[in-house]
Write a protein of this length. Structure first.
Length: 98
């Protein structure tokens, strides 16, 4: 999950850097307006999907940690029987082969 968060954060930084430049052709003529509209829309969509990916990766990480804690504290703890349960489970010699 950490790998996903780092990758998405770097991609979001690239999206912001490209989005703040304002246009693609910085060292030459600018592309047509319709191409820039598509490019900026796709760049904004990429930013939104990366934010969603970071949220889901963090949520999965927190949920896995909570599940691991629950398994370690509740699911695998051996219950301690009471004296009545021990007496009910005990067999004596007089009850043998009945």
């Amino acid at each position: 999950n950490t790998l996903w968060c780092v990758t998405c954060t770097l991609n979001m930084a690239l999206d912001v850097a490209l989005y703040c430049a304002g246009r693609l052709g910085l060292h030459g003529p600018s592309p047509p307006a319709w191409i820039m509209g598509l490019w900026l829309t796709n760049n904004a969509a990429s930013f939104a999907f990366m934010a969603l990916c970071i949220f889901l990766a963090l949520h999965a990480s927190f949920r896995a940690q909570a599940a691991a804690t629950q398994i370690l504290t509740r699911k695998t703890r051996v219950p301690i029987p009471t004296l009545k349960q021990l007496d009910d489970a005990r067999r004596v010699a007089s009850e043998f082969e009945q």
